[in-house]
Design a binder for this molecule. Structure first.
Ligand code: HEC
Length: 122
C-alpha cells in the first residue's frame, strides 16, 4: 500500500514536471514567433507598418495614416479577424489604402501568421 502510494506520487510529480516543461517550451516558441513577426512588420521592404501606424516600442517617427496599433486583443479578440484585416484590408473597407499584404503576396502565409502574432501581442 505504502509502496503504491509512493509510486503514484512519483508519477504525479513527474507529470507535473513534464507539463511545466512543455508550457515553458510553448511560451519560448511563441516569443520567438512574436520576435520574428516584429522584424517583418518593421522591415520597410516587408510589412512597413510604421509608415502608417504607431506601434509602441516599434520605432520612431511612425505614420498616422492608420489608427495606432494598440490594445489589439481588446479590439480584435478574434485573431483570425485581425489576420484577415492584415491580409486584405479591402474586405472591410474597399477603398482602404492599406496594402493587401496577403492577397497581393507582399507577405507569405508564414510571414502573415508571424506578423499577426506580433500585432496581437501589442
Ligand atoms: C499605406 C498605409 C498603411 C500601411 C503600410 C499599413 N496600414 Fe494598416 N491601416 C491603414 C489604414 C488607413 C487603416 C484604417 C482602416 C482602413 O482604411 O482600411 C488601417 C487599419 C489597420 C488595422 C485595423 C486597425 C483598427 O483599429 O481597426 C490593422 C490591425 C492594421 N491596419 C495593421 C497593419 C499592419 C500589421 C501593417 C503592416 C504589415 C499595416 N497595417 C500597414 C493603413 C496602412
Amino acid at each position: 500500500m505504502r509502496k503504491s502510494f509512493r509510486l503514484v506520487s512519483v508519477a504525479i510529480s513527474t507529470l507535473t514536471l513534464l507539463s511545466v516543461v512543455s508550457i515553458a517550451t510553448v511560451n519560448a516558441s511563441d516569443e520567438s514567433v512574436i520576435k520574428e513577426g516584429k522584424k517583418i512588420a518593421l522591415n520597410n521592404k516587408k510589412g512597413n507598418c510604421l509608415a502608417c501606424h504607431l506601434i509602441t516600442g516599434g520605432g520612431e517617427q511612425p505614420g498616422n495614416i492608420g489608427p495606432p496599433l494598440i490594445v489589439m486583443k481588446a479590439r480584435f479578440p478574434d485573431k483570425e479577424v485581425l489576420k484577415a484585416q492584415i491580409s486584405d484590408a479591402r474586405d472591410k473597407n474597399p477603398n482602404s489604402i492599406m496594402p493587401p499584404f496577403g492577397a497581393h503576396g507582399i507577405l507569405t502565409a508564414d510571414e502573415l501568421d508571424k506578423v499577426t502574432e506580433y500585432i496581437y501581442s501589442l
